[in-house]
Structure formats: C-alpha cells, structure tokens
Ligand binder design. Structure first.
Ligand SMILES: [Zn+2]
Length: 353
C-alpha cells in the first residue's frame, strides 16, 4: 500500500506538472506577444527556448480565442519572409471603479494596461443601500457606453481609501469613509464579473510599476486628499501582517502638531495631503497652483512648508528602503516643475547622498 500510494502520488504530481508546464508555456507565449508590437514566430521560439510546434500550438489557441492575430508575412529575414503575430489589446477589458469620499471614477483598461476610457463623477459616499444601488446603476451605464460585448470584460477592480482584507473581498476599515467595521458591499456581488477590492494607493502604485518594467523595487507615495502609499519589492506589493504597511500619512511628522483625520496629532497627512494646499484655494488644487504661479504670498509660504515636509518624508523613505520613491496622487501630477527643487532638498537631508 505504501508503495502504491507513493506511485499514485508520483503519477498525480507528474500529471499536474505537465499541465503546469503547458499552461506556463501558453502564458509565456502570450506575454511575449503582448510585450511586442509584432513578433515573428521564430523569435518567440528563440526567446522562450521552445520548439516551433509548441509555439505554433499556443499561438493557434491564442488566435482562436481572439487574443492574438496573425499579421501575415510582413518583412524578410535572410531572404525568407517571416510570419508575424501581434496581440489584440482590446480583446479583453478590465474595469476599474475608484470610490472616494466625494467622487466615483470608472476606467476601462485593456490588456496592454492602457486606460482606454475613464470618467469621474461627483458622488458622495455613504454606506447605505441607496449609495450601493447608485454605484451599480452607474457601473451598468458606464459599461453600456463602452459598447463592448459582455464577455470582453474579464473583471472589475474596486479601489477604496482604506484597509482591504488580503482576499480582496471586504473593506476592513476606512477613516476617510467612516467605516470602522468590516464592510462587504452588496453592489460588488451583483456585478456579473469577478470583482476584487484594492487599497487605492496600492492599486495606483502597482499601476505605475506595470508601466515601468525596469523598476524592481519602489516606494509609492500617494499625495491625494488623504495620503497613502505602497511598498513594492520584486514588483509585488508588500502589505504587512495587518495590511497596514505604507500608510505613510499616519507617520508622525511633528509631535503635538495639527490634528490628523484619524484623530491623532502631527501626522504627515495633515501637512502634505492635497487638502493642505487646496483648502487655501476654495478646495481647488488647480486654483492653488495658479495662485502659486502668480506668486500669491499665502500660497507661496504654504508650498514652501509643503516641500519642506515632503522632502523630509522622501528622505526618510529613501533611508528606510534605499530605493526609488515615486510621487503620485492629485498633488503628484502637479509636481513636475518642482521636482529638481525637491531632489535638491532631499539631497541636502540625505546622509548617504
Ligand atoms: Zn493619522
């Protein structure tokens, strides 16, 4: 019995391994096609060290499922015309829903990771059936405007400003949304596609990384109406034992300082969220930066303080992680003209410059 058991186990594990290898080959061939504009079959075989029949088998499946297309014989190599293949980026679409305190955003992302459509609407959050029904209606209206077949949508990612459980099925807590008990939203269950919840800053950080294949490790600092972040090691988000990692907004910058929305004092969020600037310009970040350009005294002083606090945080993150720090969020999109100034400040503070 013992030997039979072992033999059986061996056969099963071999079978599983063969399936794994075949599945992995298919994934690798698809990734190769996805990463290039057009690629000859021969080149796929060479790069992946697979036989031409294996490549042909996998390409046939990808073409039949609409994920790839044969381009024909477009160019010559060594006198022979090479048959090239390319991916069909819009063959499958993922939908993103971004829920914030006062807005809801929808985006459609194709297989290349390109945002092909997006919309942002005013919609005040409340943990009520009415709100959930309106999100579902807005989702259905949005997907209808895309005019794509239902089976093109492969899944829906829902980002929230709070802590999400590791399975991505519940919002565990969100000070911003006033959620202090685990919340499973019914609207997500009514969407006819696989849905997953994500922390907003983690989702944004991973989106940045997905477009930068050269980056292996990074720290993402999201400077929106609340501050969040993501720690990315080997291109994977490190969420911590309680999914609380990278909540940089709640690092104490100034002991006993301004009150943070979490209830404690002196947190980085109170000094460097987008609200710290927009509250000086009728709630508009765009207006703040226009006033700054016009050398408004109050805005100039506030921005100097902002850069000071931000530079200290960047320096601290750099000392802890010794890797690239990516600035994102609402404020991040305005920081381009000031990046040299910020770098200079960080260099002055950094022990290891
Ligand atoms: Zn706080």
């Amino acid at each position: 019995m013992k030997i039979l058991y072992k033999t059986y186990f061996f056969e099963v594990s071999m079978a599983v391994n063969n399936i794994d290898v075949r599945q992995q080959n298919k994934i690798n061939v698809y990734k190769m096609v996805l990463s290039q504009d057009k690629i000859p079959r021969q080149k796929i075989a060479e790069k992946l060290q697979l036989s031409l029949p294996t490549v042909a088998f996998n390409l046939k499946q990808l073409i039949e499922s609409g994920l790839a297309v044969e381009d024909g014989q477009l160019f010559s190599t060594g006198g022979r015309k090479a048959s090239t293949v390319s991916c069909v980026p819009n063959a499958r679409i993922a939908i993103g829903i971004d829920i914030t305190q006062n807005h809801i955003g929808f985006a459609a992302v194709n297989l290349k990771g390109d945002v092909i459509d997006s919309i942002r609407l005013s919609q005040k959050f409340s943990y009520t059936a009415d709100y959930e029904n309106s999100v579902l209606d807005l989702f259905n209206n949005y997907t209808a405007t895309l005019k794509i077949p239902e089976n093109t949508i492969i899944g829906v990612g829902i980002s929230l400003p709070g802590i999400v459980n590791p399975e991505g099925t519940k919002l565990m807590e969100s000070h911003r949304l006033g959620i202090y008990e685990p919340a499973a939203f019914e609207f997500a269950e009514k969407i006819n596609h696989p849905t997953l919840f994500f922390n907003d800053a983690t989702a944004a950080g991973m989106a940045e990384i997905s477009k930068s294949p050269e980056i292996q490790h990074a720290v993402f600092l999201s400077l929106s109406n609340s501050i969040g972040g993501a720690i990315i090691i080997n291109r994977k988000s490190v969420d911590g034992d309680h999914a609380h990692s990278a909540e940089f907004g709640h690092i104490c910058s100034i002991p006993g300082g301004k009150q943070c929305y979490c209830g404690k004092a002196g947190h980085f969020d109170s000094y460097c969220s987008a609200l710290a600037l927009s509250e000086l310009a009728d709630g508009s970040l765009e207006t703040f930066f226009k006033k700054l350009e016009l050398k408004d005294t109050v805005c100039t002083k506030a921005f100097a303080d902002y850069i000071e606090n931000l530079s200290i945080m960047i320096c601290n993150l750099h000392i802890i992680f010794d890797t690239t720090v990516i600035l994102g969020g609402y404020v991040g999109s305005y920081l381009g003209p000031f990046i040299d100034q910020i770098k200079q400040k960080v260099l002055e503070l950094d022990t290891f410059r």
